[in-house]
Each structure stands twice: as structure tokens, then as C-alpha cells.
Design a protein around this ligand. Structure first.
Ligand code: SF4
Ligand code: SF4
Length: 326
């Protein structure tokens, strides 16, 4: 009985939180979050924290934590637990290039064989040669987002340092051609670009050039990337709204780093505050554990300053995404 009362108090609090921050549009979100109280709705699994690029807006080149590939046995443990819950999907990346993990194709296959609804990842596209494209198609991957900031070679290579525009565009076109020849719907190929000061003037051309080629062009605001407490320059175009509100990341998603540690937010690129470790804890225990609860409570109180990571983080603000379909 007490347990039920506590649960309903908790649900009421979340409901108030959502309605406070999002107004009537939040009602569907409320049902979504109610489910999230038991287990994250989205799980990010960093299959690799290694990367072959040094993009100007990314914390990866500045990471001080040990970089490496996620161990397959640990991955299996994570996926096996995820399959016991109604998770929307898993995203097999965070700060790193998934195709640098040689086991990535088997990882995708494993998750699909266990019935995970949506398995996707983001890639810089540099390593997506013909063999990788064939293996990805065979793995059962649902979607892949290839990053492409800049419609011109010069802009792209200035932002995506160490990448070659010609190689990535060729890889992307080949993947689409392979899908087309076999009339495959999957993997859904999304060309993703971060809207920031450095590429603002080229976005129209980028959409015009790529919409006829890929399945979807997605433009996201720079706020999706952390500034790592100012270590990565803030390249946002739009100002962050003045009135701050709790950050929904804390209620809907968990990110697991390549070494198994779990930060309370995936934006904590260096895992400065680990709230758990899947090497010796279940995801559910971590999700309901003290670390996550304390962070959520601080946000609900409006006490952002007590969490150094959140104090100056602009990423809480509502993300705007335009889906440009053809
Ligand atoms: S944005 Fe992606 S490709 Fe670029 S450095 Fe970061 S992890 Fe690597
Ligand atoms: S405010 Fe920033 S650091 Fe804090 S939980 Fe949200 S996205 Fe993460």
C-alpha cells in the first residue's frame, strides 16, 4: 500500500513537472515518461569511444577518459536486460565512431535477433566502404545517420577534420545504390547535419543536393552536442531560452560508455560523475539508483547549480529538429 502511494506521488510529481515545462503539448509525453520511471525509454550504448576524426564541435578529441571498444560480452549483458523492457530502441554510439569496433556488425545482429525494435547508430561515414556497407545491410540495422556538415568540400573538411569529402560522399551514394538495386527499405539512411555558425549559409544547398539521394535529411541544432563546460566552443545559432526548465534527458535516456560506466547524462563526455557501472550492476538498479534520483531531484528543485555539469549546460533547452522528407 505504502509502495503504491509512493509510486503515485512520484508519478504526480513527474506529471506536474512535464505540465510545468511543456504545457498541453506535454500530455503524450506524460504517458511516455510514466513508462520511463521503470526503465529508460532510450538506451545509448557507446560501442566505441575511438574516433578517426577531430571534428571542431565534438568533445571526443578532448576526452581524458580511456578510449576503447565496448567488450562484446558486456554488450550482450546490456542487450539481454534491455530486451526485458519496452524500450523504443538502442543507439549504438555516443562519443566515437562505431565502425571502428570490428564487432559492430555482430552487435547489431545480436540486438535484432533478440527483438529490439529499432537499432541505429550515427557514423562519420569515412569507413563505410563497400564491404562495410554489405555487412551493415546484412546485419539488420534499422537506420544509420551519416554526418555531413557543409555542402562544399572546403566547409565539410574544415568542420570534420581528417575526413575526406569525396570519400564520404562516395560511400553514401554507394550505400544508397546497394539499397536501391535490392529494393531494400533498411537501413534507413539519414544524412544528418548540425546547424551551427560555421555552415549556416550552406544548409539550403545541402538539403537541395542530398534530399533526392538519401532517405531523409535531418538538421539538428548545435545544442545536441555538449560544450563540455566550455572546453568545446559554443557554435549555436539560436540563443538558449532564458527561463530554464528541467532536462528531459534525465527521465528518458541512459547512456553507457565503452568501459561500462554510466554517467547521469550522456553529455558528460569524460564521465566526471559516474552513477553506476554495468560491469557489476543492472541497468534498472542504476536507473532507479541514488545518482539518477539525486540529479532528477536537483532539476525538479531548480537547483541546477548543484550539478556542475548541468549548471552551464545549454543542452537542456528544447531541441528543434526539422525532418525534411521527400
Ligand atoms: S563528431 Fe563523431 S566523427 Fe567527429 S570527432 Fe566526434 S565522434 Fe568523431
Ligand atoms: S542539463 Fe545538460 S548536462 Fe544536465 S542532464 Fe541536461 S543535457 Fe545533461
Amino acid at each position: 500500500m505504502n509502495g503504491n502511494r509512493a509510486a503515485s506521488r512520484s508519478l504526480r510529481k513527474i506529471k506536474e513537472l512535464v505540465l510545468d515545462t511543456r504545457g498541453l503539448n506535454a500530455v503524450p509525453k506524460w504517458f511516455h515518461l510514466r513508462r520511463a520511471l521503470r526503465f529508460p525509454i532510450k538506451v545509448g550504448i557507446e560501442t566505441s569511444s575511438l574516433c578517426n576524426l577531430k571534428c571542431i564541435m565534438c568533445p571526443n578529441p578532448h576526452l581524458t577518459r580511456r578510449k576503447g571498444n565496448l567488450d562484446f560480452a558486456l554488450y550482450r549483458k546490456i542487450v539481454d536486460e534491455v530486451t526485458q523492457h519496452p524500450v523504443e530502441g538502442i543507439i549504438l554510439c555516443n562519443y566515437g565512431e562505431p565502425l571502428l569496433n570490428p564487432a559492430i556488425f555482430d552487435m547489431v545482429r545480436y540486438a535484432k535477433d533478440r527483438g529490439i525494435r529499432e537499432v541505429r547508430f550515427n557514423s562519420n561515414g569515412t569507413l563505410l566502404d563497400e564491404e562495410a556497407a554489405e555487412r551493415l545491410i546484412a546485419s539488420g540495422l534499422d537506420a544509420i545517420s551519416i554526418s555531413m556538415e557543409g555542402a562544399r568540400e572546403e566547409t565539410y573538411q574544415r568542420i570534420r577534420v581528417n575526413a575526406k569529402y569525396q570519400v564520404v560522399t562516395e560511400n553514401l551514394r554507394r550505400l544508397m545504390a546497394l539499397k536501391g538495386q535490392r529494393r531494400l527499405a533498411k537501413p534507413r539512411v539519414v544524412l544528418q547535419t548540425i546547424r551551427m555558425r560555421d555552415n549556416l549559409e550552406e544548409l539550403d544547398v545541402l538539403c537541395r543536393d542530398w534530399q533526392p539521394v538519401v532517405d531523409e535529411v535531418q538538421i539538428t541544432n548545435f545544442v545536441n552536442f555538449s560544450t563540455m563546460g566550455g572546453r568545446v566552443p559554443d557554435r549555436r545559432v539560436d540563443p538558449v531560452p532564458q527561463k530554464r526548465c528541467p532536462c528531459l534527458f534525465l527521465w528518458e535516456r541512459m547512456t553507457i560508455f565503452s568501459d561500462g560506466r554510466v554517467p547521469f547524462c550522456g553529455c558528460d563526455a569524460d564521465c566526471s560523475v559516474a552513477v553506476g557501472d554495468v560491469n557489476d550492476q543492472s541497468l534498472q538498479d542504476i536507473w532507479r539508483g541514488e545518482g539518477f534520483q539525486a540529479a532528477r531531484a536537483a532539476h525538479q528543485r531548480g537547483d541546477y547549480a548543484s550539478l556542475p555539469l548541468c549548471a552551464d549546460c545549454p543542452d537542456w533547452s528544447r531541441r528543434r529538429v526539422w525532418f525534411l522528407r521527400h
